[in-house]
Design a protein around this ligand. Structure first.
Ligand code: C5P
Length: 403
């Protein structure tokens, strides 16, 4: 049990609730499964349990002030936000849920929740009337919509004498739930930028150069990455697909626009997955009026578009770069050459044609990196995306270890 939590850096936030007494046991049990815990307490949390107790069980001084010069000198709030791989707020009061739901940063805990890229998990604890109040339920829905994980509550008698939902889950249940949630969260806290679909390169106001890419593979990968816990930015060429949820989707038209948008979104990007079938050429000049039909053959001057994936891979602080190679023949040798030429960490090669690859619902691919060559059988792009995200996450983590 608890393999996800082993060696994880967990920031435990505590707010004002009588359930705060359970947090000491929670820290002890988190440490037992190998987690490294730092505690942040709000002013009201300190009315229920002392920072000294939490310091003793966590082994580190408690963080409680946003504007404390001494604390900032030791481990500033931004450093603490970066340190955390998971923020667990237990107990989470109705007030904390309300403040977080509306993006407040008026104390250290809410500031850390906003400043950190780590996933945030709340274990609510409050009186049953407060918990079932329509505003608390509305805040809970809003938090979930924005990616915050809100755990359930226990039911039973409460400190105030009421009976109902709102009791904080027991420490062991919290640990088991988090472990289960995150064992499949291979990309928790990572930022992934994905390009998908074709590009359109205008020739005149009504005509353009493009290809048969549907965007299905890129969209499936974006959804799988979001399900794996990543913060996803999907940069999409013109496609006829519904906008996926739980990610930022930016629509672009041309290769140039796609490259500009990719570069504008690269800060803090951990993994770049270039799935888009970017047009390799663009018209040298775009006619500003519809070109008349010619009765004879005519030629069009084309110039190359920017090679987005190669330009990203050439950056000194590049993310982990994954590209695709759709080929009609000599698939593997060509993909290997392409990976090396464009300096990609990983390339996903597939044969196109005969109902496979571009535009179809299924794909059969070979994944090539410096360390491996793995061929996956023909399967739906949806299932394939999940497998690819696991392979990409593993390879990315291997790379991190060797850096
Ligand atoms: O050279 P080729 O187009 O086959 O390379 C395919 C890979 O390069 C894909 O990952 C594709 O997204 C990327 N690419 C790009 N910019 C281009 C052309 C291709 O990022 N202009």
């Amino acid at each position: 049990m608890a393999q996800f939590l082993a060696n994880k850096r967990i920031l435990l936030g505590m707010t004002g609730s009588v359930a705060a007494y359970k947090s000491a046991d929670l820290v002890r049990r988190l440490r037992e499964v190998g987690a490294n815990v730092r505690v942040v307490m709000t002013a009201n949390a300190k009315r229920f349990i002392t920072p000294l107790t939490m310091q003793a069980v966590s082994g580190y001084p408690v963080h409680d002030e946003l504007f404390d010069l001494q604390a900032e000198a030791a481990m500033g709030h931004i450093e603490l936000a970066r340190w955390a791989e998971l923020i667990l707020v237990a107990p989470a009061s109705a007030d904390l849920m309300a403040r977080l739901a509306y993006g407040h940063a008026d104390d250290l805990l809410t500031t850390l929740c906003l400043a950190s890229k780590a996933p945030v998990v709340l274990a609510p604890a409050m009186n049953q009337a407060m918990y079932t109040h329509v505003l608390t339920q509305e805040n809970k829905r809003r938090l979930k919509e924005h990616g915050v994980i809100v755990l359930g509550t226990g039911e039973g008698s409460q400190a105030c004498g009421d009976v109902g939902p709102g009791r904080m889950l027991e420490p062991l249940t919290i640990i088991e739930t988090i472990n289960e949630l995150f064992s499949t969260y291979e990309l928790a806290g990572k930022k992934v930028v994905i390009t998908a679909g074709p590009t359109h390169e205008a020739i005149d106001p009504v005509r353009y150069l493009t290809n048969g890419s549907s965007g299905k593979m890129g969209y499936a990968l974006a959804e799988a990455a979001a399900l794996a816990g990543a913060k996803v930015v999907l940069i999409s060429g013109p496609v006829a697909l519904a906008k996926p949820k739980h990610m930022e989707v930016i629509s672009v038209t041309t290769a140039k626009e796609m490259q500009d948008t990719v570069f504008a979104n690269l800060s803090n990007c951990d993994i770049f997955i270039s799935v888009a079938a970017v047009s390799d050429y663009q018209a040298h000049t775009i006619a500003n009026q519809k070109m008349p039909k010619e009765s004879n053959a005519f030629s069009l001057t084309l110039t190359p578009t920017p090679d987005i994936v190669a330009n990203v891979a050439a950056l000194s602080n590049k993310p982990f770069v994954v590209g695709f190679a759709a080929e009609t023949h000599d698939v593997i040798p060509k993909a290997k050459q392409k990976r090396e030429r464009k300096k990609m960490d990983m390339i996903i090669a597939n044969q196109v044609g005969e109902g496979r690859g571009m535009g179809s619902d299924e794909n059969e691919v070979t994944i090539i990196s410096a360390r491996q060559e793995t061929t996956l059988p023909l399967m739906s792009k949806h299932d394939l995306a999940k497998e690819l995200i696991t392979l990409i996450a593993n390879e990315y983590k291997q790379g991190q270890k060797h850096d």
